[in-house]
Design a protein around this ligand. Structure first.
Ligand SMILES: Nc1ncnc2c1ncn2[C@@H]1O[C@H](COP(=O)(O)OP(=O)(O)OP(=O)(O)O)[C@@H](O)[C@H]1O
Length: 659
């Protein structure tokens, strides 16, 4: 073997090797990604040279071959790309590669592990795992000799002749003793799959192609079917539920950006604060964590973004404020909004199918991002009790289907005739306000829980008042206050917070019935309840509920005034607890209900016993407590103590009634 040249690699820091080996990155494994990327570059350079007519003879089918030699503890990566002349080796490897490595190390030594991509070290990263690196190469340039370059980790290299006859390059690493894991076939396969799966050149190992090669996000959306998108999703996230919809990003100005983002179904067990989007740079995998690039509210999205314009060697904290990155984040949010808007306009059924999950993104996005909010504000929909009849338009006065007890209507069953959001039981806030402006202008009645608020919903429905269902965590804790800030004249009232005047009639019990005390019947009823319950914190009020059939209205209702309830909910949220049901609630006694009238009559019983109350007064007292318990039950249920006394009292009342 003739030694052509011996020399020193042009670097200025003598101890650069130990730095590289020991402390630069914790994830040494990226060396394989770097070497494969160089091989792919070399192959595309040969292709370009061939297009330019610079290559004599056939250009072989591109391939990269990885080989392991267990006995020599070597791992090699071969390509049939452009190869290198001796001069190029000197220029690119000895000077450029090493000097840029030096610069890189000096710049990033401190926070290298904070970098998003650990890019830029290139060929030199081989020294993180190898005690000796050899390059065997033959350039495509006619007459160029094949050469062999070797370096044992000292700043010295050796160039010798090589017997290589095939154009291309083989890089052989003799692995360090503590880096032998990279000889294991499974480890190699796993690394190729992680980092280089979508490189467009086939990568062979053990006579098998081990990378996927095709990167759908680089294709034009027209060339992909829904099945292609779904198949790609399954490939990226095996065993996961199908995504709801996806957005294909394809921009080349002012930055290059490709990607496919999927909306997953939001499962309660999915940690939405953790990013799942994979970041690529020219099809090379960079990171599973691109939280700095994606707007926070889109974090639960999945899929791929690929942009060579995202700087990968700045620290994560610097990324967030980087101009291009900010502009990419805005672009992604806009594309997502565009996709949702076209879905809303063009395929309402599809939009509603996804709404429950997508709605959370959209609401959260509106809270977080002013621009996004502006884009989506007209496509926010809410479930409603409103049901248009075939002849009415969406903005007619509400026709509420009183009979149906299934307020969560099934979208699928609403398919006759032209599909509208209203027919499917959904509405926008704008339509709601418009439809109801005559009856209750700028007031939105809403329900957050169909079970506990069923009595109240029935009462409103009975009077033809439209109710929106805002039942998600984000609705109750953030979105309603947000909407009130946005539309300052609009107020939201939960169905159990107050009884709207449209539900009430003039209280006939207001006439004075006791000339000696000047008390009205209502005042007496209130007193009867106050005495019977003996709960000073409960604010007892009498009202006359409107109804054609008083029997069908509740005799009493528990109300939680909106502001007080919200304040308590906020407190509970900040202490990460559920809200305790407040003792200081309102109890409304419905004076039109026959039961209340009967209790009133009973309590007027005049036979006074030694103990004080007459049997009929005792009975009236028990019935008052019972009415209150029933009102509590239909609001929040009873606790253990409450249930015990309710059952005991029920038995007493029944016994007395059957005497
Ligand atoms: N397999 C190869 N075939 C041909 N030339 C190669 C090969 N590997 C490296 N080179 C040459 O060596 C140069 C330096 O490689 P290195 O990986 O250090 O940096 P780079 O690829 O230019 O940049 P990056 O930092 O993005 O990796 C390359 O630009 C290329 O000219």
């Amino acid at each position: 073997m003739t030694v052509l040249e011996k020399g020193n690699i042009t670097i200025h820091t003598e101890n650069i090797f130990p730095i590289i080996k020991k402390s630069l990155y914790t994830d040494h494994e990226i060396f394989l990604r770097e070497l494969i990327s160089n091989a792919v570059d070399a192959i595309s350079k040969l292709k370009m040279a061939s297009f330019a007519g610079e290559v004599s003879g056939e250009v072989p089918d591109p391939e990269i071959v990885i080989r392991v030699d267990d006995s020599n503890k070597t791992l090699s990566i071969s390509d049939n790309g452009i190869g290198m002349t001796p001069d190029e080796i000197k220029k690119y490897i000895n000077q450029v590669a090493f000097s840029s490595a030096e610069e890189f190390i000096q710049k990033y030594q401190k926070d290298a592990n904070d970098l998003i991509g650990h890019f830029g070290l290139g060929f030199y990263s081989a020294f993180m795992v190898a005690k000796k690196v050899e390059i065997d190469t033959l350039s495509y340039q006619p007459g160029s000799p094949a050469i062999h370059w070797s370096c044992d980790g000292s700043p010295e290299f050796e160039l010798t002749e090589s017997s290589r006859t095939q154009i291309g390059t083989t890089v052989t690493l003799t692995l360090m003793d503590d880096e032998q894991e990279y000889l294991a076939p499974e480890r190699i396969r796993q690394l190729v799959k992680t980092y280089s799966d979508f490189m467009s050149v086939p990568i062979k190992f053990d006579n098998e192609i081990i990378n996927k090669q095709k990167s759908p996000w680089k294709e034009s959306a027209q060339n992909l079917t829904s099945d292609d998108y779904l198949e790609f999703y399954r490939y990226l996230y095996p065993f996961q539920e199908e995504p709801l919809l996806w957005v294909h990003l394809n921009t080349d100005y002012p930055y290059l950006l490709n990607g496919i983002l999927y909306f997953p179904k939001l499962r309660p067990d999915v940690d939405v604060s953790q990013g799942h989007i994979k970041l690529f740079c020219n099809q090379v995998f960079v990171s599973d964590h691109c939280e700095e690039i994606i707007p926070e509210f889109l974090m639960p999205l999945r899929g791929v973004i690929d942009s060579p314009d995202i700087p990968l060697n700045v620290s994560r904290s610097a990324l967030t404020n980087h101009r291009t990155v900010r502009s990419i984040a805005n672009h992604i949010a806009k594309k997502i909004a565009d996709r949702l808007k076209s879905l809303y306009d063009e395929t309402p059924e599809e939009y509603l199918r996804c709404w429950e999950d997508v709605g959370t993104f959209v609401k959260y996005g509106s809270l977080k991002d002013e621009k996004f909010k502006k884009q989506v504000e007209d496509i926010l929909v809410y479930k409603t009790t409103y049901k248009p009849t075939e002849t009415t338009s969406a903005n007619d006065s509400p026709k509420i289907e009183v009979e149906s007890d299934d307020v969560w209507q099934n979208v699928e069953s609403e398919k006759q005739g032209e599909f509208t959001y209203e027919k499917a039981g959904y509405t926008t806030l704008k339509s709601y306000l418009e439809r109801n402006k005559e009856r209750h202008e700028n007031r939105v009645f809403y329900c957050t829980d169909t079970n506990t608020q069923a009595t109240y919903v029935e009462l409103y429905k009975g009077q033809g008042i439209e109710i929106l269902f805002m039942d998600s965590f984000i609705d109750t804790n953030y979105f309603i206050p947000f909407l009130e800030r946005e539309y300052s004249e609009v107020k939201f009232s939960r169905v159990d917070s107050e009884l709207d005047k449209t539900l009430l009639q003039e209280d006939k019990a207001n006439e004075i019935v006791d000339p000696t005390t000047n008390k009205t019947r209502s005042e007496q009823i209130k007193e009867i309840f106050e005495l019977a319950l003996n709960k000073p914190q409960v604010n007892i009020r009498t009202e006359a509920l409107k109804s054609d059939n008083p029997q069908s209205t509740p005799p009493a209702m528990v109300l939680l005034p909106e502001a007080m309830r919200r304040f308590r909910e906020m407190m509970a949220l900040s202490q990460q607890q559920g809200m305790e049901f407040p003792d200081d609630h309102v109890l409304v006694i419905n004076t039109t209900h026959p039961l209340i009238e009967n209790i009133y009559q009973l309590s007027q019983g005049s036979i006074v016993q030694a103990s004080g109350d007459s049997p009929s007064q005792e009975m009236a007292k028990m019935l008052c407590q019972h009415v209150y318990d029933l009102a509590l039950i239909s609001q929040k249920g009873l606790d253990a103590e409450g249930m015990k006394s309710f059952v005991e009292r029920s038995n007493q009342v029944l016994t007395r009634l059957t005497k």
